[in-house]
Design a protein around this ligand. Structure first.
Ligand code: HAX
Length: 392
């Protein structure tokens, strides 16, 4: 923009915007994804529902390169990730062995594990580190599950050539039928959760930390800590617990339960959203997947009834901006059905997926302004006794 052109005003900050957690205040641009209130998240212009069945590796390529790979590029990218995983410094995750099995929350282990990978090796190049971390996540995830459960890493060891999700499932050492279902659910889960615009708390936190030129691992570990809160990523854990409390897929009983929760001023989990104003396409994609993988699962049946009943009841309250299902409505039930029986682990899958989107966004921001990067984040806070006046 030339000096003579007047910059468009896209948002005016009013006194009422202060202390609202930056809600809705534009602060930057995002190249990986945007969220349409009616149509949900789009990755580089593609509606997420259209990507749900793709290889997670291809979707990671999309977020990094801003285009889908051709077959040759896809193969090369998978090979590159496998080599990066094989080159993980020996003993990088040994620090996790010092923790007491079952202690703390799995998200604390995830953040610690990512930080440990960075201690073992940081190249200082955000893209290199991002790809190394993505490549090494399956082994980190499996290590967390196995060590927390009091098990060792199976003798067969890591086999990154299988693919990201496939290697994680291989490390979990399951029977073939269970492994196939788990792989199917996790592949879709990862794709659907990789990115959600730039302003969600974990992505924003990761980019903030990176803006001070902390390395990629430190930035992503911070993002994971942000994701671990119950108002953010940990909602998927709460959603399954909610479904299990309902205990019946009978529509009348479900409706009575929902009304009871509202009367008791408790959230109806799996419904509503801060930005979306229609059913989240990621919910619809997971319902389709559930019909394929676990149609007779009791939790899944409750979710299907809830999806019909809850919007009607929530819609009676004009205060509720979005009575429809969100991404978390079915994800916990699906993970439970394929063998992940402990809801406290669900947010780690969310974190695993987001490592890709947040890394891609950090890399984009570090390349902005002709390679100088977005400057160190520094929003303004106004002193408590300072008079409110126009600042420019
Ligand atoms: N159950 C009960 N009350 C709800 C509700 C729901 N599902 N959705 C909205 N409301 C209430 C809000 O709490 C708010 O009440 P107050 O005015 O008393 O504070 C009012 O209706 C208006 O809310 P809103 O403007 O429609 O929505 P918010 O942006 O304030 O809240 C939430 C969005 C997702 C937090 C909210 O819909 C909610 O609590 N849903 C249930 C929990 C849940 O499923 N969370 C996962 C969200 C998906 C996600 O982003 N995961 O990471």
């Amino acid at each position: 923009m030339s000096d003579s052109e007047e910059e468009p005003t896209i948002f005016e900050v009013k006194a009422g915007h202060l202390d609202t957690g930056l809600r809705g205040i534009p602060v930057g641009t995002c190249r990986t994804s945007f969220v349409d209130p009616m149509k949900g998240v789009h990755y580089v212009g593609y509606p997420v529902g259209d990507l749900a069945d793709m290889d997670p590796e291809d979707v990671i390529f999309l977020l990094f390169e801003k285009r889908l790979p051709n077959r040759h590029e896809s193969q090369n990218f998978r090979k590159d990730l496998a080599e990066r995983a094989e080159e993980m410094p020996a003993g990088a995750l040994r620090v996790l062995e010092a923790l007491t099995p079952g202690s703390g929350h799995p998200m604390d282990w995830l953040a610690l594990g990512i930080q440990a990978l960075g201690i073992a090796e940081t190249t200082g190049d955000f893209k290199e580190d991002g790809l190394n971390l993505i490549a090494r996540m399956p082994e980190l995830m499996a290590t967390i599950f196995l060590l927390r459960g009091g098990h060792g890493i199976p003798e067969s060891g890591s086999n990154p050539r299988l693919g990201l999700v496939e290697n994680f499932v291989h490390l979990m050492d399951l029977e073939e039928d269970k492994a196939a279902k788990m792989t199917k659910v996790l592949r879709t889960f990862l794709v659907l959760h990789m990115d959600h615009g730039g302003g969600n708390l974990s992505t924003f936190s990761g980019k903030c930390v990176a803006s001070g030129k902390a390395n990629l691992y430190a930035s992503i570990a911070s993002a994971m800590n942000a994701l671990s809160g119950p108002l953010h990523g940990r909602a998927n854990q709460a959603c399954l617990e909610f479904v299990q409390r309902i205990g019946s897929s009978d529509p009348d009983k479900v409706e009575k339960f929902v009304r009871g929760e509202l009367a008791a001023k408790r959230p109806v989990y799996g419904f509503g959203h801060a930005v979306l104003r229609a059913e989240d396409p990621r919910a619809a994609a997971q319902i389709i997947l559930g019909e394929e993988v676990c149609p007779d699962d009791s939790n899944f049946k409750i979710v299907k009834t809830l999806r019909k009943v809850a919007p009607k009841v929530l819609g009676e309250n004009p205060k509720i901006s979005n009575p429809f299902a969100n991404v978390d409505v079915a994800s916990g039930s699906l993970l439970h059905a394929v063998g992940f029986r402990k809801p406290e682990y669900y947010t780690t899958f969310f974190g695993w997926a987001r490592v890709a989107g947040i890394s891609a966004q950090i890399i984009d921001e570090r390349k902005a302004r002709g390679g100088r990067g977005v400057p160190i984040y520094r929003p303004k806070y106004i002193g408590k006794d300072q008079p409110l006046q126009r600042l420019n």
